[in-house]
Design a protein around this ligand. Sequence first.
Ligand code: HPA
Length: 271
Amino acid sequence: MIDKIQETAEYIRSKVGEMPKTAIILGTGLGALVDHIDSKKYIPYKEIPNFPVSTVEGHSGNLIFGRLGNKEVMAMQGRFHYYEGYDMKQVTFPVRVMKALGIETLYVSNAAGGMNKEFRVGDIMIITDHINLFPENPLRGKNDNRLGPRFPAMTEAYDHKLIGLADEIAAEKGIRVMHGVYVGTPGPTFETPAEYEYFRVIGGDAVGMSTVPEVIVANHGGMKVFGVSVITDLGGKDVTDVPKHEEVQKAAEAAQPKMMEIMRELVDRAE
Ligand code: HPA
């Protein structure tokens, strides 16, 4: 795998001048952050050797390099989901490449369904921890010690300092932010009422179909991670609403300005 990672990293290096130390995976709810990146350079996924090609509607696949505030950043416009049929190594390949390119901090965003009874649709949840319910761990298989340790700790999978800084920024701007545990599931079904209830009982606050694989691989590679969810629907045994993809997208879009304000400032102020 390391040969492929190196090949892809070299291709990207040949296209981009200075390499950033910050990467952002623009999930549902953060797509418009691209508009705030200056002097952009786009590399379509389909031109990148060894990169999977994104298949989901509404997710255009590009790597974007440019300046966000005072920081050079690399952004992934579109991610690879397990439910699309990619295996875990494909889903997390871009994070391996980020590490090879010298990225030190990864920001991830997603849309998620809320089980926490305090949550409302449109809330922003800073991810403080996660529960991995994917059927496979992306690190399964022979470990390459050049990529990271065999048994990586996940004690602080989401960087506490970045969480603190995001809280400060949200308070300054008067934006309501919640904290919570993200439950990562393979999808593509939304949950049954009993499943939402079960995820709440085991300690989850929100559930979604992404993020956990990328965060595991980022931690394996020793990167700092910050994650945030937009709560696009609510689930539980007393909730009768039926989540629909279009509604998830609509709710995420509505929350996008708040999410963007926090992320832009956070990336700018982070070390
Ligand atoms: N469940 C799983 N994934 C999701 C949800 C949900 O309710 N909402 C947005 N992504």
